[in-house]
Ligand binder design. Structure first.
Ligand SMILES: [Zn+2]
Ligand SMILES: [Zn+2]
Length: 348
């Protein structure tokens, strides 16, 4: 099978010799198949249904992704979970996330995590000849701490805040991270969730993930349940300190903001986001896990994309792998760009 993988107009396109497959296109792209790995909006073609350009494309995605995308206002009426030669494998990133296996020979990962956390299981790793792997944290210093330690550290931090009578906001992106935070920290009382998180939690619940019932922020405010003098915990989207929501919550309730992200490994992150505390917790592989994924796949040819794709391909080459970034990728020029780009606008 002769394979080509390229970015055409910022859309990744795989030619497998028979079909043209657009993967996670950020805009409608005419091809035989379109694959959506998961329902984060950096992987979801927002105006997919507002154009006829892609009307011939068959959509490959998981049932969960189509339901979550639908709940977010991006309905996918006709989807396929399998199709001649295509197989979707769990990528461990968020609920419903999958990678695309083509003819047992080529694998596109989408976003991946091989780390078990809360209700999430590790990504499946297939053995293939060609691997197209994300490299969000593709630099050697991105090595995440053990999840048990992170949970312990966070509980300790919340407990210290409770001792001082301070409310706590646990912040992560509202799809994926917020549900993990809900599962891990809903034993704290009283426990609330931001309205956006409430909606996503409900979708997860409908898909069989057990999450504690909780009062949403707007309802709690209306009922006067939130106090400035008695502590409470709320799961909220990770937004900048300068956002109106955080300004309000700080001014009115004096809440402490704890953000959860892989980028928290960078010392500047906490200040950049204006957080009181930043905790390292990610839904992506760290550098070591990426490397282990590559090794376990036994791939002869590796293409990298997303985040530090140049750096990761370079590291792989030094280790003797045949690796290169997917051509014409919009690789951020500076580390700062990558950090900003990922922390501010992608995980919505
Ligand atoms: Zn994602
Ligand atoms: Zn992504």
């Amino acid at each position: 099978m002769s394979i080509s993988v390229t970015f055409v107009d910022s859309c990744m396109v795989i030619h497998d010799g028979r079909n043209k497959i657009s993967v996670d296109p950020i805009r409608p792209f005419p091809s035989d198949f379109t694959f959506f790995s998961h329902a984060h909006t950096d992987h979801l073609c927002r105006n997919y249904y507002r154009t006829k350009l892609t009307s011939g494309n068959k959509i490959l995605t998981s049932k969960e992704t189509s339901l979550i995308a639908g709940a977010r206002g991006f309905p996918m009426p006709e989807i396929n979970e399998t199709y001649n030669g295509f197989q979707l494998l769990d990528s461990g990133h968020i609920l419903g996330s999958r990678g695309l296996l083509i003819d047992d020979d080529l694998y596109y990962t989408g976003d991946i995590s091989t780390r078990e956390r809360a209700f999430m299981k590790s990504a499946t790793i297939p053995e293939v000849r060609t691997l197209i792997i994300e490299a969000t944290f593709g630099r050697a210093h991105y090595v995440f701490p053990d999840i048990t330690g992170v949970i312990h550290k966070t509980n300790k931090l919340i407990s210290e805040m409770y001792d001082q009578g301070l409310p706590v906001l646990l912040m992560g992106y509202p799809l994926g991270k917020a549900q993990i935070l809900t599962r891990l920290f809903s034993h704290w009382e009283p426990f609330y969730v931001h309205d956006v998180v409430y909606k996503m939690n409900n979708t997860y619940k409908k898909l069989g993930i057990a999450l504690k019932d909780s009062v949403m922020f707007s309802e709690a405010e209306k009922q006067g349940l939130l106090s400035r003098t008695r502590p409470w915990v709320m799961i909220s989207p990770l937004v900048h300190l300068r956002s109106n929501f955080v300004k309000l919550i700080k001014k009115k309730y004096g809440a402490i903001c704890i953000g959860f992200s892989g980028w928290a490994l960078d010392n500047r992150y906490r200040n950049m986001m204006g957080l009181d505390h930043a905790v390292v917790m990610s839904d992506h592989c760290d550098y070591v896990e990426l490397l282990e994924f590559v090794k376990a796949s036994n791939a002869e040819k590796i293409y990298t994309f997303h985040g530090f794709s140049q750096d990761f391909a370079h590291s792989l080459k030094k280790l003797g792998f045949d690796a290169e970034p997917v051509a014409k990728s919009n690789v951020p020029k500076k580390e700062n760009d990558a950090l900003l780009q990922h922390s501010l606008d992608t995980y919505i």
